[in-house]
Design a protein. Structure first.
Length: 336
């Protein structure tokens, strides 16, 4: 089986799309499939650090002339939706490319967003075989067409199979408060959170806890606060192990919150993107998750005080982590 994944990464995009592609590549390669990733790296952050099975691509239009793309069984598109839905030329290129592949009987799968500002198929229609929206849906309407099959829900979210292994283990709960931001203004978000925690005396109130900041794009605060540890970007399994042993996680609007919830770790989501507020308020009613928006930083310490070390922290969020196996089944299906 030959699989090709087109995805994107950049400072304003985050690492989540590439992370999902790498997870898919690792699992399918393990079962003997040939998987290549075509990566558009907007800021040249990863181009020189990539495995040989990743091919750098300068723009989407080039793919229409990329002969290797037409020698694959399935093409998966996982793009940064919110940065392309207002780019008519990009959408046109994507629509044309997907339709070319479909006309050549190459299966196409598109991971899509949930809102008009981040959903491809609320702005265009394609002939993609499957449109996967791997998030909880709260009444959003899509441009449905007979050419597509839409699959909705968190059960299609792609988790590392390692999460399933961790879920079988009893975590060694350590006094970790794990803070991980990706994409956007990583350095600014980390500094802002640090300053909030510092000014509200949170580091002193929780002096017996270790605040772990995970990112290599952050100023060194360790000289200022003894119970802060700064780690570089970790390998996936190393990060998930730390997350599994944490008491609570602090992150932005990306994929880390789903990984934490799958591991039954409560999450504080911090974002200045008000467009995502409604969605995260919906998640608050279903999971151990709290949303902190712009000018709401004052809530953070109170949330920590109310929820850290509470018996409810062992609650089972009942999140199905088998999205990667569902994707395998979809790829293996014979679609005429």
């Amino acid at each position: 089986m030959k699989i090709t994944i087109y995805t994107e990464v950049g400072k304003n995009i985050g690492y989540g799309h590439l992370d999902r592609a790498l997870t898919i590549q690792k699992y399918f390669s393990h079962i003997g499939w040939n998987v290549e990733i075509l990566l558009r790296d907007y800021d040249n952050l990863y181009t020189n650090k990539l495995p040989t099975k990743i091919i750098p691509i300068k723009n989407l239009n080039i793919l229409k002339k990329f002969s290797l793309l037409y020698k694959t069984n399935t093409v998966i598109f996982d793009t940064s939706h919110k940065f392309i839905v207002n780019n008519k030329a990009y959408l046109q290129d994507l629509q044309e490319l997907i339709n070319i592949l479909r006309n050549r009987n190459i299966k196409t799968i598109v991971f899509d967003g949930i809102n008009r500002f981040d959903s491809i198929h609320k702005n265009i229609e394609t002939k993609a075989n499957y449109i996967i929206v791997p998030y909880p849906i709260i009444g959003f309407n899509y441009k449905l067409s007979k050419a597509n099959k839409f699959l909705y829900g968190l059960e299609y979210f792609i988790y590392s199979p390692y999460i399933l292994d961790l879920c079988k283990e009893t975590p060694t709960k350590k006094h970790y408060i794990t803070i991980s931001f990706g994409g956007g203004n990583v350095k600014e978000d980390n500094r802002r959170i640090f300053n909030v925690l510092y000014k509200t005396q949170a580091f002193k109130v929780f002096k017996d806890y270790k605040f772990i900041f995970i990112n290599n794009d952050i100023d060194n605060f360790q000289n200022k606060v003894p119970n802060v540890e700064i780690l570089p970007m970790l390998k996936k399994n190393e990060f998930l192990k730390i997350l599994h042993n944490s008491l609570i996680a602090f992150t932005s609007i990306g994929s880390t919150k789903y990984e934490a919830l799958a591991l039954n770790i409560p999450v504080i989501v911090y974002s200045k993107n008000n467009l995502m507020k409604k969605f995260h308020k919906f998640l608050e009613n279903k999971y151990r998750l709290w949303y902190v928006g712009k000018n709401e930083e004052y809530k953070i310490v109170n949330l920590l005080q109310k929820n850290i070390n509470q018996p409810k922290l062992t609650i089972n969020n009942n999140i199905d982590c088998r999205g990667i196996y569902r994707l395998k089944k979809i790829i293996e299906e014979d679609i005429s």
